[in-house]
Design a protein around this ligand. Structure first.
Ligand SMILES: Nc1ncnc2c1ncn2[C@@H]1O[C@H](COP(=O)(O)OP(=O)(O)OP(=O)(O)O)[C@@H](O)[C@H]1O
Ligand code: SF4
Ligand SMILES: [Mg+2]
Length: 381
Protein backbone atom coordinates (compact mmCIF):
# COMPACT_ATOMS: atom_id res chain seq x y z
CA UNK A 1 0.00 0.00 0.00
CA UNK A 2 1.50 3.42 -0.91
CA UNK A 3 2.34 5.56 2.12
CA UNK A 4 0.05 8.53 2.62
CA UNK A 5 1.72 11.88 1.94
CA UNK A 6 0.75 14.52 4.53
CA UNK A 7 2.88 17.46 3.35
CA UNK A 8 4.03 17.97 -0.21
CA UNK A 9 6.23 20.99 -0.92
CA UNK A 10 6.71 22.08 -4.53
CA UNK A 11 9.13 24.75 -5.79
CA UNK A 12 8.85 26.70 -2.55
CA UNK A 13 10.60 30.08 -2.39
CA UNK A 14 11.03 32.71 0.27
CA UNK A 15 12.99 35.85 -0.58
CA UNK A 16 13.40 38.49 2.13
CA UNK A 17 13.94 42.05 0.87
CA UNK A 18 17.23 43.51 2.06
CA UNK A 19 16.88 46.87 3.75
CA UNK A 20 19.30 49.20 1.99
CA UNK A 21 20.00 52.83 2.76
CA UNK A 22 18.00 55.21 0.54
CA UNK A 23 21.13 56.54 -1.16
CA UNK A 24 22.61 53.15 -1.97
CA UNK A 25 19.30 51.80 -3.32
CA UNK A 26 18.85 54.94 -5.46
CA UNK A 27 22.44 54.69 -6.66
CA UNK A 28 22.11 51.03 -7.63
CA UNK A 29 18.51 51.28 -8.74
CA UNK A 30 17.82 47.69 -7.75
CA UNK A 31 16.22 45.81 -4.90
CA UNK A 32 18.21 43.04 -3.27
CA UNK A 33 16.83 39.87 -1.67
CA UNK A 34 18.03 37.20 0.74
CA UNK A 35 17.31 33.91 -1.07
CA UNK A 36 16.46 32.08 2.16
CA UNK A 37 14.52 29.23 0.53
CA UNK A 38 14.93 28.86 -3.20
CA UNK A 39 12.93 26.31 -5.16
CA UNK A 40 12.69 23.57 -2.57
CA UNK A 41 10.56 20.45 -3.15
CA UNK A 42 10.04 17.43 -0.85
CA UNK A 43 7.29 15.50 0.88
CA UNK A 44 6.61 14.08 4.35
CA UNK A 45 4.56 10.94 4.85
CA UNK A 46 2.19 9.88 7.62
CA UNK A 47 4.12 9.02 10.79
CA UNK A 48 7.46 9.95 9.27
CA UNK A 49 10.30 11.99 10.77
CA UNK A 50 11.94 14.01 7.99
CA UNK A 51 15.02 15.95 9.05
CA UNK A 52 16.49 19.04 7.45
CA UNK A 53 20.23 19.41 8.04
CA UNK A 54 22.76 21.97 6.86
CA UNK A 55 25.00 24.81 7.95
CA UNK A 56 23.72 27.84 9.81
CA UNK A 57 21.78 30.21 7.56
CA UNK A 58 20.97 27.61 4.86
CA UNK A 59 17.19 28.13 5.29
CA UNK A 60 16.05 25.35 7.66
CA UNK A 61 14.02 27.54 10.04
CA UNK A 62 12.51 29.57 7.20
CA UNK A 63 11.33 26.31 5.58
CA UNK A 64 9.73 25.25 8.90
CA UNK A 65 8.05 28.64 9.31
CA UNK A 66 6.69 28.44 5.76
CA UNK A 67 5.24 24.96 6.36
CA UNK A 68 3.42 26.18 9.47
CA UNK A 69 2.48 29.40 7.60
CA UNK A 70 4.20 31.64 10.13
CA UNK A 71 5.75 33.10 6.96
CA UNK A 72 4.09 33.77 3.63
CA UNK A 73 5.89 32.16 0.71
CA UNK A 74 7.21 34.29 -2.15
CA UNK A 75 6.02 31.55 -4.52
CA UNK A 76 5.48 27.80 -4.74
CA UNK A 77 3.05 25.32 -3.25
CA UNK A 78 2.58 23.59 0.10
CA UNK A 79 0.02 20.79 -0.18
CA UNK A 80 -1.37 19.63 3.17
CA UNK A 81 -3.44 16.50 2.55
CA UNK A 82 -3.45 17.52 -1.13
CA UNK A 83 -4.87 21.00 -0.48
CA UNK A 84 -2.58 23.92 -1.33
CA UNK A 85 -2.22 26.02 1.82
CA UNK A 86 0.52 28.32 0.49
CA UNK A 87 -1.82 31.28 0.03
CA UNK A 88 -4.53 30.62 2.62
CA UNK A 89 -5.86 33.65 4.45
CA UNK A 90 -8.42 34.50 7.14
CA UNK A 91 -10.64 31.71 8.49
CA UNK A 92 -9.10 29.03 6.29
CA UNK A 93 -5.61 29.89 7.52
CA UNK A 94 -6.80 29.76 11.14
CA UNK A 95 -8.37 26.33 10.53
CA UNK A 96 -5.10 25.10 9.00
CA UNK A 97 -3.10 26.43 11.96
CA UNK A 98 -5.11 24.24 14.30
CA UNK A 99 -3.65 21.19 12.55
CA UNK A 100 0.01 22.18 12.53
CA UNK A 101 2.24 23.19 15.40
CA UNK A 102 5.81 24.30 15.82
CA UNK A 103 8.17 23.52 18.70
CA UNK A 104 10.91 26.12 18.96
CA UNK A 105 14.55 25.93 19.87
CA UNK A 106 14.46 27.99 23.02
CA UNK A 107 11.84 27.10 25.68
CA UNK A 108 13.02 30.14 27.69
CA UNK A 109 11.85 32.44 24.91
CA UNK A 110 8.86 30.52 23.59
CA UNK A 111 6.99 30.51 26.94
CA UNK A 112 5.47 33.70 28.31
CA UNK A 113 6.97 34.17 31.82
CA UNK A 114 3.74 35.78 33.06
CA UNK A 115 1.50 32.83 32.17
CA UNK A 116 1.06 29.71 34.29
CA UNK A 117 1.53 26.31 32.68
CA UNK A 118 -2.25 25.95 32.49
CA UNK A 119 -2.71 29.35 30.78
CA UNK A 120 0.12 28.52 28.35
CA UNK A 121 -1.20 25.10 27.36
CA UNK A 122 -4.86 26.20 27.30
CA UNK A 123 -4.24 29.29 25.14
CA UNK A 124 -4.53 27.44 21.80
CA UNK A 125 -7.81 25.90 23.06
CA UNK A 126 -9.23 29.38 23.63
CA UNK A 127 -7.97 30.70 20.28
CA UNK A 128 -9.60 27.78 18.46
CA UNK A 129 -12.74 27.64 20.65
CA UNK A 130 -12.11 24.13 21.95
CA UNK A 131 -13.67 23.21 25.32
CA UNK A 132 -16.73 25.01 26.63
CA UNK A 133 -15.81 25.39 30.27
CA UNK A 134 -12.65 26.04 32.25
CA UNK A 135 -12.89 22.51 33.68
CA UNK A 136 -12.99 21.01 30.21
CA UNK A 137 -9.93 23.03 29.21
CA UNK A 138 -8.10 22.07 32.37
CA UNK A 139 -8.83 18.45 31.63
CA UNK A 140 -7.48 18.76 28.06
CA UNK A 141 -4.39 20.68 29.27
CA UNK A 142 -3.75 18.02 31.94
CA UNK A 143 -3.97 15.23 29.33
CA UNK A 144 -1.48 17.05 27.08
CA UNK A 145 0.94 17.57 30.00
CA UNK A 146 0.76 13.89 30.91
CA UNK A 147 1.35 12.94 27.26
CA UNK A 148 4.49 15.10 27.50
CA UNK A 149 5.36 13.13 30.65
CA UNK A 150 4.79 15.90 33.16
CA UNK A 151 3.04 13.68 35.66
CA UNK A 152 0.91 14.13 37.66
CA UNK A 153 -0.27 17.17 35.69
CA UNK A 154 -1.80 18.73 38.82
CA UNK A 155 1.75 19.35 40.10
CA UNK A 156 2.59 21.51 37.08
CA UNK A 157 -0.63 23.24 36.02
CA UNK A 158 -0.29 26.22 38.34
CA UNK A 159 3.44 26.77 38.16
CA UNK A 160 5.19 29.55 36.24
CA UNK A 161 8.03 28.96 33.72
CA UNK A 162 10.71 30.24 36.17
CA UNK A 163 9.71 27.40 38.54
CA UNK A 164 10.59 24.77 35.93
CA UNK A 165 13.84 23.31 34.62
CA UNK A 166 14.82 23.71 30.93
CA UNK A 167 13.67 20.17 30.13
CA UNK A 168 10.32 20.70 31.89
CA UNK A 169 9.79 23.96 29.98
CA UNK A 170 10.40 22.20 26.67
CA UNK A 171 7.89 19.52 27.77
CA UNK A 172 5.36 22.30 28.46
CA UNK A 173 6.04 23.65 24.95
CA UNK A 174 5.47 20.13 23.59
CA UNK A 175 2.20 19.81 25.60
CA UNK A 176 1.06 23.15 24.16
CA UNK A 177 1.84 21.85 20.66
CA UNK A 178 -0.05 18.61 21.39
CA UNK A 179 -3.16 20.00 23.04
CA UNK A 180 -5.03 20.51 19.77
CA UNK A 181 -4.02 17.05 18.54
CA UNK A 182 -2.13 18.39 15.50
CA UNK A 183 -1.66 16.39 12.32
CA UNK A 184 1.82 17.73 11.66
CA UNK A 185 4.62 19.13 13.86
CA UNK A 186 7.70 21.17 12.99
CA UNK A 187 10.39 20.78 15.65
CA UNK A 188 13.12 23.38 15.12
CA UNK A 189 16.30 22.35 16.95
CA UNK A 190 14.13 21.35 19.93
CA UNK A 191 17.05 20.17 22.06
CA UNK A 192 19.96 22.37 21.03
CA UNK A 193 19.42 24.90 23.86
CA UNK A 194 19.02 22.19 26.49
CA UNK A 195 21.63 20.60 28.68
CA UNK A 196 23.00 17.58 26.81
CA UNK A 197 22.08 15.33 29.75
CA UNK A 198 18.34 15.94 29.23
CA UNK A 199 18.30 15.94 25.43
CA UNK A 200 17.77 12.20 25.11
CA UNK A 201 14.58 12.41 27.20
CA UNK A 202 13.06 15.02 24.87
CA UNK A 203 14.18 13.21 21.69
CA UNK A 204 12.75 9.93 22.94
CA UNK A 205 9.51 11.65 23.94
CA UNK A 206 9.12 13.03 20.39
CA UNK A 207 9.70 9.55 18.97
CA UNK A 208 7.19 8.01 21.39
CA UNK A 209 4.55 10.60 20.42
CA UNK A 210 5.14 9.76 16.78
CA UNK A 211 4.56 6.08 17.63
CA UNK A 212 1.49 6.78 19.72
CA UNK A 213 -0.30 9.32 17.52
CA UNK A 214 1.36 8.71 14.12
CA UNK A 215 2.23 12.43 13.90
CA UNK A 216 4.73 13.24 11.15
CA UNK A 217 7.52 15.70 11.98
CA UNK A 218 9.73 18.08 10.12
CA UNK A 219 12.74 17.86 12.40
CA UNK A 220 15.34 20.59 12.04
CA UNK A 221 18.85 20.04 13.34
CA UNK A 222 22.46 20.98 12.70
CA UNK A 223 23.61 17.78 14.40
CA UNK A 224 24.02 14.82 12.04
CA UNK A 225 24.16 12.24 14.83
CA UNK A 226 20.82 13.50 16.16
CA UNK A 227 19.37 13.51 12.62
CA UNK A 228 20.46 9.90 12.21
CA UNK A 229 18.94 8.91 15.55
CA UNK A 230 15.62 10.64 14.87
CA UNK A 231 14.79 10.43 11.19
CA UNK A 232 13.42 8.11 8.57
CA UNK A 233 14.62 10.42 5.82
CA UNK A 234 17.02 13.34 5.64
CA UNK A 235 17.10 16.41 3.39
CA UNK A 236 20.43 18.25 3.10
CA UNK A 237 20.13 22.00 2.50
CA UNK A 238 22.77 24.31 1.09
CA UNK A 239 22.26 28.04 0.64
CA UNK A 240 18.47 27.83 0.35
CA UNK A 241 18.30 24.73 -1.84
CA UNK A 242 17.85 21.05 -1.14
CA UNK A 243 20.90 19.30 -2.58
CA UNK A 244 20.24 15.69 -1.54
CA UNK A 245 17.38 13.77 0.01
CA UNK A 246 16.66 10.13 0.76
CA UNK A 247 16.41 7.45 3.44
CA UNK A 248 18.59 8.24 6.44
CA UNK A 249 20.86 5.23 6.04
CA UNK A 250 21.33 5.93 2.31
CA UNK A 251 22.31 9.53 2.99
CA UNK A 252 24.70 8.53 5.77
CA UNK A 253 26.22 5.43 4.16
CA UNK A 254 26.04 6.31 0.49
CA UNK A 255 26.09 10.09 0.13
CA UNK A 256 26.35 11.25 -3.48
CA UNK A 257 26.35 15.03 -3.37
CA UNK A 258 29.83 16.51 -2.80
CA UNK A 259 28.38 18.83 -0.14
CA UNK A 260 26.79 15.95 1.81
CA UNK A 261 30.09 14.10 1.67
CA UNK A 262 31.98 17.15 2.85
CA UNK A 263 29.46 17.64 5.65
CA UNK A 264 29.77 14.02 6.78
CA UNK A 265 33.55 14.10 6.65
CA UNK A 266 33.48 17.27 8.71
CA UNK A 267 31.50 15.59 11.49
CA UNK A 268 34.12 15.93 14.19
CA UNK A 269 36.09 13.09 15.63
CA UNK A 270 35.16 13.37 19.27
CA UNK A 271 38.15 11.63 20.81
CA UNK A 272 40.90 14.14 21.67
CA UNK A 273 43.53 11.35 21.43
CA UNK A 274 42.34 10.43 17.97
CA UNK A 275 44.82 12.10 15.69
CA UNK A 276 42.82 12.55 12.50
CA UNK A 277 41.81 16.15 11.99
CA UNK A 278 38.28 17.26 11.26
CA UNK A 279 38.12 18.03 7.53
CA UNK A 280 36.84 21.51 6.95
CA UNK A 281 34.82 22.34 3.86
CA UNK A 282 37.00 24.66 1.80
CA UNK A 283 36.07 28.32 1.52
CA UNK A 284 33.34 30.30 3.24
CA UNK A 285 29.60 30.03 2.82
CA UNK A 286 28.68 32.55 0.08
CA UNK A 287 26.14 35.28 0.80
CA UNK A 288 22.49 34.28 0.32
CA UNK A 289 22.02 37.73 -1.28
CA UNK A 290 24.47 37.25 -4.16
CA UNK A 291 24.20 33.51 -4.72
CA UNK A 292 26.80 31.96 -7.05
CA UNK A 293 25.65 31.30 -10.62
CA UNK A 294 25.16 27.70 -11.77
CA UNK A 295 25.57 25.25 -8.89
CA UNK A 296 25.62 27.21 -5.64
CA UNK A 297 28.22 24.88 -4.21
CA UNK A 298 30.69 25.28 -7.11
CA UNK A 299 33.09 27.76 -5.43
CA UNK A 300 33.68 25.16 -2.67
CA UNK A 301 33.32 21.91 -4.63
CA UNK A 302 36.40 19.80 -5.34
CA UNK A 303 34.65 18.19 -8.34
CA UNK A 304 33.45 21.45 -9.98
CA UNK A 305 33.91 21.63 -13.78
CA UNK A 306 34.42 25.01 -15.43
CA UNK A 307 31.83 25.99 -18.01
CA UNK A 308 29.25 23.60 -16.52
CA UNK A 309 29.06 23.90 -12.74
CA UNK A 310 29.61 27.67 -12.77
CA UNK A 311 27.14 28.21 -15.63
CA UNK A 312 24.10 25.94 -15.35
CA UNK A 313 21.75 25.15 -12.49
CA UNK A 314 22.22 21.41 -11.80
CA UNK A 315 19.39 18.99 -12.63
CA UNK A 316 17.67 16.85 -10.02
CA UNK A 317 18.75 13.24 -10.50
CA UNK A 318 17.32 10.12 -8.85
CA UNK A 319 20.43 7.99 -8.22
CA UNK A 320 18.43 5.13 -6.69
CA UNK A 321 14.80 4.76 -5.71
CA UNK A 322 13.81 7.76 -3.55
CA UNK A 323 17.40 9.03 -3.33
CA UNK A 324 17.60 12.39 -5.09
CA UNK A 325 20.69 14.48 -5.79
CA UNK A 326 20.99 17.96 -7.32
CA UNK A 327 24.33 17.80 -9.11
CA UNK A 328 25.46 17.77 -12.76
CA UNK A 329 27.59 14.73 -12.03
CA UNK A 330 25.46 12.94 -9.45
CA UNK A 331 26.07 9.57 -11.10
CA UNK A 332 29.66 10.23 -12.21
CA UNK A 333 31.36 11.62 -9.11
CA UNK A 334 34.22 9.21 -8.50
CA UNK A 335 33.70 6.70 -5.75
CA UNK A 336 35.19 7.94 -2.54
CA UNK A 337 38.76 6.85 -2.09
CA UNK A 338 39.45 4.45 0.74
CA UNK A 339 40.79 7.07 3.13
CA UNK A 340 37.75 9.31 2.66
CA UNK A 341 35.42 6.38 3.14
CA UNK A 342 37.27 5.22 6.24
CA UNK A 343 37.25 8.71 7.74
CA UNK A 344 33.55 9.01 7.10
CA UNK A 345 32.78 5.64 8.65
CA UNK A 346 34.98 6.26 11.66
CA UNK A 347 33.53 9.72 12.19
CA UNK A 348 29.97 8.46 12.08
CA UNK A 349 30.71 5.50 14.34
CA UNK A 350 32.47 7.66 16.91
CA UNK A 351 29.70 10.25 16.72
CA UNK A 352 27.09 7.53 17.29
CA UNK A 353 29.05 5.93 20.10
CA UNK A 354 29.33 9.25 21.88
CA UNK A 355 25.65 10.00 21.33
CA UNK A 356 24.79 6.66 22.91
CA UNK A 357 27.10 7.39 25.84
CA UNK A 358 25.51 10.79 26.28
CA UNK A 359 22.05 9.25 26.18
CA UNK A 360 23.02 6.81 28.93
CA UNK A 361 24.85 9.28 31.08
CA UNK A 362 23.70 11.01 34.19
CA UNK A 363 24.70 14.61 34.92
CA UNK A 364 25.85 13.76 38.44
CA UNK A 365 28.64 11.56 37.20
CA UNK A 366 31.80 13.60 36.56
CA UNK A 367 33.15 11.39 33.78
CA UNK A 368 29.79 11.59 31.96
CA UNK A 369 29.77 15.34 32.33
CA UNK A 370 33.17 15.54 30.64
CA UNK A 371 31.85 13.42 27.77
CA UNK A 372 28.77 15.59 27.52
CA UNK A 373 30.84 18.78 27.35
CA UNK A 374 33.06 17.19 24.75
CA UNK A 375 30.02 16.10 22.75
CA UNK A 376 28.51 19.57 22.90
CA UNK A 377 31.74 21.18 21.85
CA UNK A 378 32.40 18.79 19.00
CA UNK A 379 29.15 17.86 17.31
CA UNK A 380 28.03 20.98 15.52
CA UNK A 381 29.08 22.39 12.16
N1 LIG B 1 12.89 37.82 8.67
C1 LIG B 1 14.01 37.80 7.95
N2 LIG B 1 14.42 38.89 7.25
C2 LIG B 1 15.55 38.87 6.51
N3 LIG B 1 16.36 37.79 6.39
C3 LIG B 1 16.02 36.68 7.07
C4 LIG B 1 14.83 36.62 7.90
N4 LIG B 1 14.73 35.37 8.44
C5 LIG B 1 15.81 34.69 7.99
N5 LIG B 1 16.58 35.46 7.18
C6 LIG B 1 17.80 35.06 6.47
O1 LIG B 1 17.50 33.92 5.70
C7 LIG B 1 18.59 33.01 5.69
C8 LIG B 1 18.10 31.67 6.21
O2 LIG B 1 17.83 31.81 7.60
P1 LIG B 1 17.29 30.60 8.51
O3 LIG B 1 17.03 31.16 9.86
O4 LIG B 1 16.17 29.94 7.80
O5 LIG B 1 18.54 29.62 8.53
P2 LIG B 1 18.83 28.31 9.42
O6 LIG B 1 19.28 27.25 8.47
O7 LIG B 1 17.65 28.03 10.27
O8 LIG B 1 20.07 28.77 10.30
P3 LIG B 1 20.46 28.36 11.82
O9 LIG B 1 21.06 26.97 11.74
O10 LIG B 1 21.49 29.38 12.19
O11 LIG B 1 19.22 28.43 12.66
C9 LIG B 1 19.68 33.65 6.54
O12 LIG B 1 20.57 34.33 5.67
C10 LIG B 1 18.92 34.61 7.41
O13 LIG B 1 19.74 35.71 7.78
S1 SF4 C 1 27.12 20.40 -9.86
FE1 SF4 C 1 29.34 20.58 -10.02
S2 SF4 C 1 29.91 22.07 -8.42
FE2 SF4 C 1 27.83 21.38 -7.98
S3 SF4 C 1 28.10 19.73 -6.55
FE3 SF4 C 1 27.98 18.79 -8.58
S4 SF4 C 1 30.13 18.65 -9.23
FE4 SF4 C 1 30.10 20.07 -7.50
MG1 LIG D 1 17.36 27.95 12.35
Amino acid sequence: MPEKVVINVKNLKKYFPVRMGLMSSLAKGEKKFVHAVDNVSFDIKQGEVYSLVGESGCGKTTTGRLLTRLEDPTSGHIYFHKKDIANLKGKELKAFRRNVQMIFQDPYESLNPRLTVFATVAEPLIVHHVGDTIDEREDLAAKALEAAELKPASEYLHRYPHELSGGQRQRVAIARALVLRPEFIVADEPVSMLDVSIRSGILNLLLELREKYGIPYLFITHDLSVARYMSDRIGVMYLGTLVETGDTEKIINNPHHPYTRALLSSVPVPDPYYKRQRKKIKGDLPSPIDVPKGCRFHPRCIFAKKGICDAKDPPIIEVESGHIVKCHFAKDIPAMDETAEETLEENMELGDELLREVMRSSPSDEESMEKIEQYEHETSF
